[in-house]
Design a protein around this ligand. Structure first.
Ligand SMILES: O=P(O)(O)OC[C@H]1O[C@H](OP(=O)(O)OP(=O)(O)O)[C@H](O)[C@@H]1O
Ligand SMILES: Nc1nc2[nH]cnc2c(=O)[nH]1
Ligand SMILES: [Mg+2]
Length: 165
């Protein structure tokens, strides 16, 4: 059983607007030495942030957690965290960026790895929110966020036809 009962599709425009809003907030809290993107979800937000904030030093923490749900093809089940690549140091002066915080497990792991980094996300759910230093939009815990890079234009079934007959 998935704990997600709501779908929250995010367009490229909305994502871009929110990432720029996050850039404004982070610029006020600088200066920054660089950005560390948590792959893969943090990569697009990192690209927007480093452009807006004129940051040229970009690194990654490569971490895998959510696997694919075999029944639906959806990526909704969290397994063990697997760190494929870390970074040196304690993160002081660096922004650690991810697309979202959900349960907070990924956030707790990267904070342990880089305790002095400033952890920022675009979206935050209540369980993970206390682990984030700066975020833009809160969504409920039972919401699954769909990012533009995970979607394509396709036919949408009218709501009335989705009711059980
Ligand atoms: O707060 P949590 O419950 O730990 O979930 C948040 C993490 O889950 C997603 O990444 P995912 O592991 O799906 O990998 P991806 O970024 O490569 O898509 C998202 O990008 C966050 O990194
Ligand atoms: N795309 C996506 N990945 C997640 N990983 C954990 N929560 C989410 C979510 O709501 N959406
Ligand atoms: Mg991720």
């Amino acid at each position: 059983m998935t704990p997600y009962s709501k779908d929250f599709p995010v367009s490229w425009e909305e994502l871009h607007r929110n990432a720029r809003a996050l850039s404004w907030r982070l610029l006020e809290q600088g200066p920054w030495k660089g950005i560390i993107a948590i792959t893969r979800g943090g990569l697009v937000p990192a690209a927007i942030l480093c452009r807006e904030m004129d940051i040229r030093l970009i690194d990654t923490i490569c971490i895998v957690s959510y696997g694919v749900d075999e029944a639906t093809g959806a990526s909704m089940k969290q397994g063990d965290l697997n760190v494929l690549k870390g970074v040196e140091g304690d993160g002081e002066g660096f922004i650690l960026i991810d697309d979202l915080v959900d349960t907070g497990r990924t956030a707790a792991k990267v904070r342990e790895m880089l305790p002095k980094a400033h952890f920022a996300t675009i979206y935050a759910k209540p369980a993970g929110k206390p682990l984030v230093d700066t975020f833009i939009t809160e969504v409920s815990q039972d919401t699954w966020i769909r990012f533009p890079w995970d979607m394509e234009y396709t036919f949408s079934t009218p709501l009335a036809d989705r009711q059980p007959k």
